[in-house]
Design a protein around this ligand. Structure first.
Ligand code: HEC
Length: 330
């Protein structure tokens, strides 16, 4: 705050106008010898209130009109510019803070959404694996593995893994962006099971093509039609059976980070991060071979399994693949 010597008219004694040495506390009232109370200031800080607070007659008394009002106007203008700049700076700062919060929130939501989608696709796979014998039973004329049965069990599996009830998504504490996507992925999962119903009821047919992997590949393809979100089941290059599931560079590198077999706590080890300078959220949920997988992916290596593919010679706990999700951020 600068002190400035103020021009004074003969009507105001110098001692009252300057107030030197006192702290600047803003407008205050001094008593004119007339005695008409007028507002003036004790220092060089000038508020527009000073002018608007005065009556026309007071203003007339304080100044020789040209000198003082010119000087005040210049000072007021400077003050206004100063305040305007301050306001603009504060507004910009607020926008920056809010947008970084919003964007940070969006990134967290995208990572959580990716995690939930991967777990839902995996829950479908697990449900198929659990009912593989029933699915493979020939002459399943009564269609026991029905879409309704699948729906009930996939929801139970997802709830066991996440604590979230898919049939009460509206009230669930999940990111808003996740809700329609989870609902859609559930519909697509049921759609895949629905599409297999005619095959399931065919007589004398053991391998019907409905296994965890075909469920995953087909459901991901259905979901892909609905959303911009990349959802895929993949495997390390030397294990890939279906070329549609070939890993991209990111996925190949991620397989290297998982290590080749699960640790006791490794089942839920997930890679989840922002990539591409924060423009995408990516997630990899690893899939390790369990005993039930080995009928097709285990020993003896090279021999054909029930689906006609050569077995990979995998062992229980080996890394068999992953569910991969990528969500683009605006
Ligand atoms: C009945 C045989 C069978 C069983 C059991 C089986 N798979 Fe597969 N798996 C396949 C076939 C066939 C494919 C290729 C599917 C396709 O054409 O899309 C495949 C594909 C995959 C893929 C996708 C990558 C690729 O190679 O295209 C992964 C990952 C995978 N299986 C993991 C597993 C795991 C983990 C289990 C146990 C939970 C398992 N599979 C159980 C037959 C089987």
């Amino acid at each position: 705050m600068r002190h400035r010597r103020r021009p004074t008219s003969g009507l105001i004694p110098r001692t009252q106008s300057a107030g030197m040495g006192r702290p600047c506390l803003g407008p205050h009232t001094v008593t004119h010898p007339n005695p008409i109370p007028i507002k003036t200031r004790s220092c060089g800080f000038h508020s527009p209130l000073l002018r608007s607070g005065q009556t026309q007659s007071q203003r007339g008394r304080v100044s020789t009109p040209t000198d003082i009002s010119d000087w005040k106007e210049r000072d007021d203008d400077r003050m206004k510019t100063h305040r305007f700049r301050l306001l603009v700076a504060m507004a910009l700062l607020t926008i920056a803070v809010l947008s970084s919060r919003l964007f940070g929130g969006q990134q967290d939501d995208a990572l959580e959404t990716a995690r939930l989608l991967a777990i839902l696709l995996d829950s479908g796979r697990v449900t198929i694996a659990k009912h593989q014998d029933l699915i493979n039973t020939p002459n399943q004329a009564d269609k026991k593995f029905t879409p309704a049965l699948f729906e009930q069990e996939v929801q139970a599996e997802f709830q066991r893994e996440t604590g979230i009830a898919l049939n009460a998504l509206d009230g669930a504490t999940v990111p808003a962006m996740a809700k329609p996507l989870l609902a859609q992925l559930l519909r697509d999962s049921i759609g895949t099971i629905q599409s297999y119903q005619p095959v399931l009821s065919l007589p004398a047919m053991r391998y019907k093509g409905l296994i965890p992997a075909t469920f995953g590949t087909e459901t991901a393809a259905r979901f892909q039609k609905f959303s911009q979100i990349y959802l895929k089941q993949t495997a390390p290059a030397h294990l890939v059976r279906n070329l549609k599931n070939k890993p991209d560079d990111y996925e190949t590198a991620a397989f290297g980070r998982f290590g080749s077999s699960s640790s006791p706590s490794g089942k839920h080890q997930i890679i989840s991060e922002l990539v591409d300078g924060g423009r995408s959220a990516r997630l990899m949920l690893p899939l390790y071979y369990e005993q039930s997988c080995l009928a097709c992916h285990g020993e003896p290596k090279g021999e054909r399994d029930i689906s006609g593919y050569a077995r990979e010679g995998g062992k229980e706990g080996d890394l068999g693949g992953a569910i991969s999700v990528m969500i683009p951020l605006k």
